[in-house]
Ligand binder design. Sequence first.
Ligand code: FES
Length: 106
Amino acid sequence: MATFHRVASVADFQDGLVRVFPVDGVEIAVVRHDGVWHGFSGRCPHANYLLNFTRVKPEDRILCSSHMALFDLHTGCVLSGPTEVGLKRYPVQVAGDDVLVSNEPE
Ligand code: FES
């Protein structure tokens, strides 16, 4: 069973703005977009670029600005760019004002 760790308060998030947190040794990106919470790898699988403060792009895309890899926010799959490795997805929960993340990928 996944263990969840508190990373921040709900009020710490702007809609569509990705934040990255260390969670028990794993850097995990968290974003609330259109009212839905998402957790995924905090670093791009191509060359390890940190995705902190990335904004969700139109059509629910995550763009790594280092070499322009494009990922699907909902699945983590690569849509285009220099990698074939997608973003791992991590479970996010909200309990009251607390945002919780598991470091066990979905
Ligand atoms: S590090 Fe993200 S595309 Fe190269």
